[in-house]
Design a protein around this ligand. Structure first.
Ligand code: ADP
Ligand code: MG
Length: 196
């Protein structure tokens, strides 16, 4: 089937929501992935997040410019790691510094009249507390689904839950899980040093 014959992706329909695939993306990440981001975690604009049971860590604008090569807004999956140290001293519990699965929502920030690209990163881990100011590294490995408009808070929460499951299953394939050991996560990186 030629590209031009490919059916358009279903967007925002109920049938799409009830028939979501359990696993997404090719067996191994394909260009432009992996996309690497890093920087200190900053305050978001306080919309949703913890209220929806899904806190999302935000990176500064300059840290998310690699995502501007992506033209499709929606939900992505990959790995993230929070730096445990502040001024060379370990301050977060060891488990919080692991390379962990994440889901990212990429879109335009309505708070800034949709002019600014925003990347909201939810890490699938129970952190002991907030980690504002800590360095964070993010590796984006694949695409889950387009951005949808929600008629209800319940529908949104339901889709986020499905996104997490889809991300975990998609990342458990060997072609993806090996990236947890990538040198990107073990090397020192200026950009992830906390801003004091
Ligand atoms: P904000 O609008 O400031 O981003 P959120 O309600 O989205 O507020 O909460 C995000 C913050 O919650 C993150 O910056 C981080 O410090 C903290 N946090 C705690 N657990 C998580 C998690 N599992 N994933 C992402 N952020 C988390
Ligand atoms: Mg947030």
């Amino acid at each position: 089937m030629g590209l031009e014959e490919r059916p358009a992706a279903p967007v925002g329909t109920n049938s799409y929501r009830v028939s979501r695939p359990a696993i997404v993306g090719p067996e191994v990440p394909q260009a432009p992935f992996p996309i690497l981001l890093s920087g200190p975690v900053q305050h978001g604009f306080g919309r949703g997040g913890k209220d929806l049971g899904c806190p999302t860590a935000n990176l500064p604008d300059e840290s998310i410019t690699p995502m501007s090569s992506i033209t499709e807004f929606g939900v992505y999956y990959g790995y993230a790691q929070v730096a445990r140290e502040m001024e060379g001293q370990p301050v977060l519990p060891e488990g919080d510094g692991k390379v962990l699965p994440m889901v990212m929502s990429l879109g335009k920030n309505p708070f800034y009249n949709n002019e600014k690209l925003s990347a909201e990163i939810h890490i699938m881990h129970d952190f002991k507390g907030d980690f504002y100011g800590y360095g964070m590294k993010v590796m984006v490995l694949g695409y889950i689904r387009p951005e949808l408009n929600y008629i209800s808070r319940e529908a949104l929460i339901e889709d986020i839950e499905t996104d997490k499951q889809v991300a975990l299953r998609s990342l458990s394939r060997p072609g993806y899980s090996k990236y947890q050991l990538d040198a990107f996560f073990s090397r020192m990186n200026e950009a992830t040093q906390p801003r004091l």
